[in-house]
Design a protein around this ligand. Structure first.
Ligand SMILES: Cc1ncc(COP(=O)(O)O)c(C=O)c1O
Length: 419
């Protein structure tokens, strides 16, 4: 556990309002594109949030909890009922026993979970291995704890049926005497990679050898397709004592605004995480935790329906984008399709996401947001979210159809080149 002083060097922002935030230390590019989409009336495939209502049972539980629940401070580490429900879900789906009293901490979303775990395991100058492309909030979260990100590439497949892979030598080279943790995200945002047992075993062996932590962000754990299954590193033999799993209700239950997540960690790490949490947020909203517990107890049929719904939406978006000539590796899991211009390359000379916004009125997340060390590499990619209602998908189809290669004229070249 470390003391974090909000110096201008760490945050890039002065408390007197001066200074300028550095893009690598916060200020989400994805939020900025989403805001722009709203301003321009573009259809938003950028933000990783659902645009359909949450499960009605969960909403009923929330309304009831607000009426009947205690409204005073709760235990910062979470309602016992929620911690028990989180542990029971892990046991139900992963066949692993977790002790709710000593190994579960309820957090304000996965975002707080990640910040707490990083503060617990990092000292200033400690290095954290991150895959690139990767979720845009990881590098700022590491930097704000005084840590140093070390990036390892996930290389795109040559063919659409292939998977994004890391090079084992590059991964080995990223570890050194100052490495404290690796952040794993499976299923992966933005590529949709589902890390399989051999990947996890390689990562676990390196973390074991270097005495560092696996911080496993499993927020998309329910979203796996094409016969793949999600596996958590805590299912591997012998690595559980140095693994912290982070999950959240945001995606699975469609309630990102509730800010509810949880961390599973060994008892000693959980004690540290809870101490930090007391000073950081004091815990998540009590009535929503009660509703969250109801969500975690939903029957297996809920998860099966969810998976089917997302598989169909993934299929629909892939078919559309590929039909327009884009190159889109099939995501094995998660909520997103990574698309490159493919046949559109001849008319899109610039950043692909800007091209889609300008030419079709469709907002996609710019690939550069996920390549923090080297944003230019990301310019050839746009990430589109298929966590969208049928209506939004239909509107996206209508707008994107203007990109059919035959309809494109040289004015597209000037659109791209203006940027
Ligand atoms: C990989 C990943 N982790 C964490 C989060 C944030 O989760 P939460 O809303 O629970 O804070 C997101 C949100 O998009 C994400 O994609």
């Amino acid at each position: 556990m470390i003391a974090v002083t909000p110096t201008p060097i760490l945050t890039g922002i002065r408390l007197d309002g001066g200074g300028k935030p550095h893009p690598s230390r916060g200020c989400s590019m994805i939020d900025a594109v989403s805001r722009l989409a709203r301003k321009r009336g573009a259809v938003d495939f950028c933000l990783g949030a659902p645009d359909y209502p949450p499960n009605p049972e969960v909403l009923r539980a929330a309304a009831e909890a607000v009426r009947n629940c205690s409204h005073i401070y709760g235990d910062p580490c979470g309602l016992p009922e929620f911690r028990a429900a989180a542990a029971a879900k892990v046991e139900r789906f992963r066949k692993i026993q977790i002790e709710p009293e000593t190994e579960v901490t309820i957090t304000c979303g996965a975002t707080e979970g990640l910040a707490l775990v990083l503060r617990a395991v990092l000292e200033p100058g400690g290095e954290v291995v991150l895959f690139q492309p990767g979720y845009e909030s990881y590098p700022p979260a590491v930097l704000h704890c005084g840590g140093v990100p070390r990036f390892v590439r996930l290389w795109p497949p040559q063919a659409e049926a292939g998977s994004w892979e890391f090079d084992e030598d590059e991964l080995v080279a990223a570890f050194g005497p100052r490495t404290r943790a690796l952040i794993l995200n499976t299923p992966h945002n933005p590529t949709g990679k589902v890390f399989g047992r051999p990947d996890l075993e390689r990562i676990a062996a390196l973390c074991e050898r270097h005495g560092c932590w696996i911080i496993s962000d499993e927020i998309y754990e329910e979203f796996v397709f094409g016969g793949r299954t999600h596996m958590s590193p805590i299912e591997l033999h012998g690595i559980r004592n140095r693994t912290a799993v982070i999950s959240s209700l945001s995606k699975t239950y469609g309630v990102p605004g509730w800010r509810l997540g949880y961390v599973l960690a060994p008892p000693a790490a959980t004690r540290t995480i809870r101490c930090i949490q007391e000073a950081v947020s004091g815990g998540a909203a009590v009535p929503l935790q009660a509703a969250g517990a109801a969500a975690l107890r939903l029957p297996v049929a809920f998860y099966e329906r969810l998976k089917c719904m997302f598989a169909a939406r993934r299929e629909r978006l892939l078919r559309l984008l590929r039909g327009l000539g884009m190159f889109c590796p099939a995501p094995e899991g998660g909520w997103y399709v990574m698309a490159a211009p493919g046949a559109l390359g001849s008319v899109c000379a610039g950043d692909f996401a800007s091209f889609l916004m300008e030419r079709a009125g469709v907002a996609a997340a710019p690939g550069g947001a996920f390549y923090q060390e080297d944003p230019h590499t990301g310019h050839g990619w746009a990430r589109l979210c298929f966590g969208r209602s049928e209506e939004t998908l239909a509107e996206g189809e209508r707008l994107l159809s203007v990109l059919s290669t035959s309809a494109l004229t040289t004015d597209c070249v000037s659109v791209c080149n203006r940027r």
